[in-house]
Write a protein that binds this ligand. Sequence first.
Ligand SMILES: Cc1cc2nc3c(=O)[nH]c(=O)nc-3n(C[C@H](O)[C@H](O)[C@H](O)COP(=O)(O)O)c2cc1C
Length: 253
Amino acid sequence: MATIALVRAAGSLAARPLYEAIPRRHTNRYGYVRERPIPTDAIDAVKAAAEDPQLRLFLYDEGSARRRFDDAAVRATEEIVADKQMIEDSHAWFRDGRGELARERSGLALDTAGLAPWLLAVAKMLPALPAEQSHGQWLTATRETHLPTAPLVGFIAVRDRYDRPQALVTGRTWQRMHLVATTLGIAMHPINQPVEMIDRDRQLGREPKSEARLAAVTEMPDWKPTFAFRAGYPTREAPRSARRALAEVAAKV
Ligand SMILES: Cc1cc2nc3c(=O)[nH]c(=O)nc-3n(C[C@H](O)[C@H](O)[C@H](O)COP(=O)(O)O)c2cc1C
């Protein structure tokens, strides 16, 4: 356990571009514009945010490695959808209705699921879908929208994905990359199903199929992908996700 004292920084934080992007950074689960590649200088800015000797960033736009990435993500999503325990456990993060969302201020909700406006309006009027159905829609979206519309996909990889400091560096790096992308009008979305399946295979002592599929993408088996994502110019603005107020998560001393 630790006690951390915060002090006010000199100068204006609001003038710093990444600070200013914090309230605007949101996961965007809509389709992106595949025909509009991310310019090299924007990719370089995202790469610069990921410069850390403990990790390696892998990016793919077109070609055979990209096809293998998409295939690994779709296959992992199929495996999750076929795994009753996994979908029940992830369904627990789905906030059903305004009351639950207001109470939890976290997790997944219809508004941020990337549904077309007409479907969102219909979905809000109907009772919540059971886990099997909502996950079936997620598989369809992954296969037909999330991957095919994304001009760029990638992984953050580390030497040991179960080492806590390396996991923290990954999380910090992802947030910084996503903030940089936000300042450039680029949307991002974690697609971490292949990494979740690596954990699941390991947990059940099964053949490490998802690990092998990702190693075939990177061709560098010593670097362990731990966070997979897609990026691109969005077709719609990402809605705001639920967040907790600072006062709810930080105690004043
Ligand atoms: C480690 C990690 C893995 C995640 N994996 C996924 C994922 O596979 N699919 C997804 O839609 N969102 C994923 N997310 C995004 C979170 O669901 C999202 O950040 C959260 O709902 C808060 O929304 P915001 O990014 O708009 O603030 C992941 C986030 C983290 C930190």
